[in-house]
Design a protein around this ligand. Structure first.
Ligand SMILES: CC(C)(COP(=O)(O)OP(=O)(O)OC[C@H]1O[C@@H](n2cnc3c(N)ncnc32)[C@H](O)[C@@H]1O)[C@@H](O)C(=O)NCCC(=O)NCCS
Ligand SMILES: Nc1ncnc2c1ncn2[C@@H]1O[C@H](COP(=O)(O)OP(=O)(O)OP(=O)(O)O)[C@@H](O)[C@H]1O
Length: 196
């Protein structure tokens, strides 16, 4: 099984691209979803987060993500600290998910991970692809999808690498400023190239 790491900033359209790959028969792993599951079940990770960031667990013991996000997206060092705690757990969850899909006989697995390179997760992938889109489009998309303010949307985006970061590292690129048909056509070309 080949693994394609799919990365890019918030609101560029990684999940939309993953859905397009899934429609071609690919397995898809969503690193954000794996992380959300870890936040519900992985007590050692939550304890490590709480010991460094204090006061980010709500009264029912759940991680207050918006509170933590406001802290780490405003301070690059704090984001690095959070990544150092969470990424080993996310990486291990990815390994287990890849092994399960390999057993099921998939030819291509998409690993949708906004922080692929920051977590060293690209070393688990055969190829990498960045999804790119202009900043204003991304802000409008994630404000609508996540019901967040323009300020939090911009804070999140500005805490992430710029296009040049991805251009220097990835094998493939998807420019996702137009409609979904245009996105699907780009996905099809990459799928054909990887499995040819
Ligand atoms: C920073 C946190 C608190 C923000 O929570 P929030 O509910 O607001 O956002 P959510 O988790 O749904 O993520 C939304 C988007 O934020 C961006 N984002 C999340 N984590 C990071 C990060 N470490 N670095 C840069 N961008 C990130 C991504 O584009 C992601 O798709 C949360 O994402 C977190 O704890 N992240 C650390 C773990 C991680 O790296 N997750 C990414 C999965 S590989
Ligand atoms: N080409 C497109 N045309 C119209 N809507 C789109 C397009 N691409 C993505 N969207 C919409 O924009 C929103 C953000 O896209 P998506 O969730 O795929 O981004 P993402 O890169 O996975 O973001 P994040 O890293 O924040 O999870 C979604 O509501 C999605 O349906």
């Amino acid at each position: 099984m080949k693994i394609l790491g799919l990365t890019g900033g918030s609101g560029t359209g990684k999940s939309a691209a993953s859905t397009a790959f899934a429609s071609l028969g690919c397995a898809v792993i969503d690193a954000d979803a794996s992380y959300r599951a870890l936040c519900d079940t992985c007590t050692p990770m939550l304890e490590e987060i709480q010991s460094v960031f204090f006061d980010v667990l709500s009264s029912d013991g759940k991680l207050d993500r918006k509170k933590l996000g406001a802290i780490v997206f405003a301070d690059p060092d704090k984001l690095l600290q959070l990544n150092a705690i969470t990424h080993p757990y996310i990486r291990q969850a990815a390994r287990e998910a890849f092994a399960a899909y390999e057993q099921e006989g998939y030819a291509l697995c998409i690993y949708d991970a906004p922080v692929l390179f920051e977590g060293g997760m690209e070393t688990l992938c055969d190829k990498t692809c960045a999804v790119l889109a202009n900043r204003e489009t991304r802000i409008a998309r994630i404000m609508g999808r996540d019901s967040i303010t323009r300020e939090y949307a911009a804070l999140r985006i500005d805490a992430q690498p710029d296009d040049a970061f991805y251009r220097a590292r990835c094998n493939y690129f998807i420019q996702n400023d137009a409609d979904l048909d245009t996105l699907y056509a780009q996905v099809r070309r990459i799928y054909d190239d990887i499995l040819r």
